[in-house]
Design a protein around this ligand. Sequence first.
Ligand SMILES: Nc1ncnc2c1ncn2[C@@H]1O[C@H](COP(=O)(O)OP(=O)(O)OP(=O)(O)O)[C@@H](O)[C@H]1O
Ligand SMILES: O=P(O)(O)OC[C@H]1O[C@](O)(CO)[C@@H](O)[C@@H]1O
Ligand SMILES: [Mg+2]
Length: 358
Amino acid sequence: MRIAINTGGGDAPGLNAAIRAATLAALKRGWEVFGIKNGYGSIYTDEPFIKLDAEAVHGITLQGGTILGTANRGNPFDMPYQKDDGSWDTRDVSDQLIETFREHEIDALVAIGGDGSMSIASRLIKKGLNVVGVPKTIDNDIFNCDVSLGFDTAIDIATGALDRITTTAASHHRIMAVEVMGRYAGWIALYAGIASSADVVLIPEIPFSYDTIVEKIEEREESGQQYTMIVVAEGAKKKDGELVTKGKTVGQQVQLGGIAKQVADELSERTGKESRSVVLGHLQRGGSPSTYDRLISLRYGAAAIRCVQQRDYNKLVVLQDNELTRIPITSIEGKMKSVPLDSDTVQTARDIGICLGD
Ligand SMILES: Nc1ncnc2c1ncn2[C@@H]1O[C@H](COP(=O)(O)OP(=O)(O)OP(=O)(O)O)[C@@H](O)[C@H]1O
Ligand SMILES: O=P(O)(O)OC[C@H]1O[C@](O)(CO)[C@@H](O)[C@@H]1O
Ligand SMILES: [Mg+2]
């Protein structure tokens, strides 16, 4: 058996642990293991696959990033290229990819990635590739998957940062609006917001109103709290408002960001209080994975190899109700997991007095 492993989309803490577990579990079965560099990037080069052995994955469980490199631009069905006139367009190079897998006699691909990576995998499956998926994304937005690798570390980092920003907010009697990642889902904002005792948490699932936030700030002032901590998901928007974006590069998703600054400025204007905005950004994806992420990544990586061994292809290994199970990759194509508004976590936020902006 010859398998290939790749990592796609934004990097996340735990990727290396998943690569290590998948590699070691495959080597243990006497298989050959290859890595694809930079998403699918190396496929179109002279060295499409690099050999992975025990030495290559030694000591990487605790390392951030991915030893294989990753890409969130270079979808084989939507590959950017520069035209003769210098402008950019995209084209479908998936047949070339499938052919390269065939030429190198790769029996299966272990694709470690987020919703976007699984959408690519779904389309490759339909073209005949055997794929097993491992769920990765700090955004935690993969449909029917309770937890993706990277999320735990991201909320840990965000919580720590929010704790620190709280002490300076309190000292200066300021409104602080802190923007966290998560794309169109509010998982990071909600979890880190609750854990850090934020006063206001704005998530994409609940469009917000400035009047409600101002009421909360005034209520706090009246009770002697002269500062307000606001966690803003990058995908949050006001009622009847638009997503705040920074533009788009050909072949890449739209870049989100800028909403926290808008919130801070508008609230200053309305309350007369001083405000600042902070964007946590890529800090949330960097560095060593938490213990939980190391373990879930190792479990996911090894589970993917058991899937391949049983020729149970085209499955994504996922955690559901604390059990490792498998779901068809094609079943989650084009879907995402939002924060359910009736969840106990949302209810907890409301019960302890966090304003969700509605
Ligand atoms: N292996 C890959 N090579 C190139 N591009 C990829 C690859 N996997 C995913 N992408 C692209 O990257 C983007 C994000 O992918 P995905 O949703 O899997 O990652 P993520 O962890 O959610 O991170 P993010 O969406 O923020 O980059 C999508 O536009 C997708 O098309
Ligand atoms: O690394 P980039 O291209 O800035 O991507 C940022 C995006 O990736 C993520 O970090 C992970 O999906 C999102 O939360 C964020 O919108
Ligand atoms: Mg994604």
